[in-house]
Design a protein around this ligand. Structure first.
Ligand code: ARG
Length: 469
């Protein structure tokens, strides 16, 4: 098997075939077969370049292109076909197929090129398409968040820090915060796409091809905007894969935080949302259970995406210059991270769109007087009390209310005046959730009009992102 699998790719200088276990160990076809469409596109461009360089005749070229087309069609029609091949990797697979179909001519396509530049090129093309697909999914998620934010505009909720009641905010402000984070992810994905934009073909194994190949024509045909500028660097770095994995890791971390909120908000203690049946599962034991598994899995999967980034960083660290076989470890983790992140993003968008928002419960939770403590301090500041002193005064009021087991909102003015003479009748106008929200009209703040404008602005940026997809 191994001799046949080897074909004529590199067997010439060997007396003995590879040990069967080792052959399997070093194969990458089981996962790099995913690069076949890109490999075939590069093969077409290379065949044309060889014909332009007079290495192939016009007739050779026509036959090669026809055979490449056949391989593409057969792979589409019968995915099992690939699984049955003993090829070492996707490059070997195509070479075996071309030789089977065209004999000596099939063996000519590899003239002046190396698998080192092929894999660097195929993988860049994959990452570029993957990042575009991911941006589409992120755009849909931003759309789902904005849809819910626009629908429930005006509904207050308790804003937390340290998971403790802090100040009232709008539910729409909360959802918009996640939309902004995901728009940043879309920008990071775009940056990752830009870092794939130089075509390595012509770099050879490490030193550059010795044949008169027009690199610029190949790059254009394959959709790259430029050429790699050093053949050694082109074949031995994987910066574009790191950039993509980093973008995915940040996206996954954002998703995990949204997931953490949703699992909390669905508890009876919070009760802010009702989980959609379509995105929840039950317990085999406890009949009452409806579990937020979609969010738990999203949160859990974020770990393996960051893991893929770290695995590749670790594999790259300390590598000597030039292609090393360690680089084959670049693909498995990235393919998995892409698949998982795409699933996570799509499921999150669907779950957000289907989640029921309990407005009354949000309003009730936002009516906790503790959320207005800062307003009282600000009220005193407006009457000339230094902020640090105002903070101290309000702290004492809150403590007193706690000791008495009542809300300080019920304290009569005369009692409040014992804490500070600056308190007046107009305090109760100041002390509502509505006025606390309305006062935060600074750009990026939670005042209803500001949030309305922010959502509009966010929609506009989403529209531009969708146009650019
Ligand atoms: N399967 C290899 C990889 O993914 C292709 C390049 C192999 N090059 C080599 N010189 N053995 O990296």
């Amino acid at each position: 098997m191994t001799d046949a699998a080897q074909g004529k790719m590199w067997g010439g200088r060997f007396e003995r075939a590879p040990e069967a276990g080792f052959y399997e160990f070093q194969r990458s076809f089981s996962f790099d077969k995913r690069l076949l469409p890109y490999e075939l596109a590069v093969d077409r461009a290379w065949a044309r370049a060889l014909a332009a360089a007079k290495v192939l005749t016009a007739d050779d070229l026509a036959k090669l292109i026809a055979a490449i087309d056949q391989i593409e069609q057969q792979a589409k029609a019968d995915p099992q076909w690939l699984a049955a091949s003993p090829a070492e990797d996707v490059h070997h697979f195509v070479e075996l197929q071309l030789i089977e179909r065209l004999g000596a001519l099939g063996a000519k396509l590899h003239t002046g090129r190396s698998r080192n530049e092929l894999v660097a090129t195929d993988f860049r093309m994959f990452v570029k398409d993957a990042a575009r697909e991911m941006r589409g999914a992120v755009a849909a998620l931003v759309g789902a968040l904005l849809g819910r934010a626009e629908r429930h505009l005006g509904v207050p909720m308790p804003g937390n820090t340290h998971l403790q009641h802090a100040q009232p905010i709008l539910w729409s402000h909360y959802l918009h915060s996640h939309a902004e984070a995901f728009l940043c992810d879309a920008a990071r994905l775009d940056t990752a796409m830009q870092s794939t934009n130089e075509c390595p073909m012509g770099a050879g194994a490490l030193a550059g091809t010795a044949f008169p190949i027009d690199r610029a024509v190949i790059a254009r045909e394959l959709g790259f905007s430029g050429l790699t500028l050093n053949s050694l660097n082109a074949t031995s770095h994987r910066d574009f894969a790191l950039d993509y994995l980093y973008a995915l890791s940040v996206l996954a971390s954002h998703l995990s935080r949204l997931a953490a909120d949703m699992t909390l908000f669905a508890t009876p203690e919070f009760g802010f949302i009702v989980l959609p049946d379509e995105y929840s599962t039950g317990s085999s034991l406890m009949p009452q259970k409806k579990n937020p598994d979609c969010w738990e899995l999203i949160r859990g999967k974020a770990g393996r995406i960051a893991g893929a980034l770290f695995a590749l960083l670790s594999a790259l660290k300390g590598l000597p210059t030039g292609y090393q076989r360690d680089l084959q470890e670049d693909k498995g983790g990235l393919f998995d991270a892409h698949d998982q992140a795409l699933g996570m993003t799509r499921i999150a968008a669907g779950a957000i769109a289907a989640t029921e928002i309990r407005e009354e419960r949000l309003r009730e939770a936002a009516s906790d007087p503790a959320l207005l403590a800062t307003e009282v301090a600000d009220y005193l500041v407006a009457r000339g009390v230094p902020f640090r002193q105002a903070h101290e005064i309000v702290g004492a009021i809150v403590r007193e209310a706690e000791n008495r087991g009542q809300s300080w909102l019920t304290f009569p003015l005369a009692k409040l005046k014992t804490f500070s003479p600056a308190f007046e009748e107009d305090l109760h106008v100041w002390l509502t959730v509505e006025s606390a929200l309305a006062r935060r009209s600074v750009p990026g703040g939670t005042a209803p009009e500001t949030v309305r404008a922010a959502l509009k602005n966010c929609r506009e940026r989403l529209r531009k992102l969708e146009e650019a997809l």
